[in-house]
Ligand binder design. Structure first.
Ligand SMILES: [Zn+2]
Length: 126
């Protein structure tokens, strides 16, 4: 009979299960934030407001849309990552690094719950 307590004491037997409840809540909260934020919704209303006739007005409008699009693409990326993270929670693979398969540290997950990779793989990407 093997003694299981020994590995717990040595600190090597890190559990591979993450308590996802906390992260799921954080992800859903962020998702709601993004949906409610100005970043995702003003495109449509801005399009409706843009006038075709006046050139000066039009140029200004394009500039605003451009800025909104830039914000939007960042939000959309985060949104995508959040959706994927929620899927991983469902599948039970949440918290596992996409690149090396190691567990992502809880501290990192708390900072960025939608992250796909661990800190060392993130560093390698740079
Ligand atoms: Zn990794």
């Amino acid at each position: 009979m093997r003694r299981l307590t020994s590995c717990q004491r040595s600190g090597q037997g890190e559990t591979r299960t993450v308590d996802t409840t906390e992260f799921q809540e954080a992800l859903l909260r962020k998702k709601r934030e993004l949906l409610a934020s100005e970043g995702l919704k003003p495109i449509g209303s801005m399009m409706g407001n843009s006038r075709q006739g006046d050139m000066a007005d039009q140029a200004e409008g394009i500039n605003e849309v451009h800025i909104a699009l830039k914000l939007r693409s960042t939000d959309a990326k985060i949104m995508q990552a959040i959706e994927e993270a929620l899927e991983r929670i469902d599948r039970g693979t949440y918290g596992v690094c996409r690149d090396c398969g190691e567990m992502i540290s809880a501290a990192r997950l708390r900072a960025i719950p939608w992250t796909r990779v661990c800190i060392s793989c993130k560093e390698k990407q740079k």
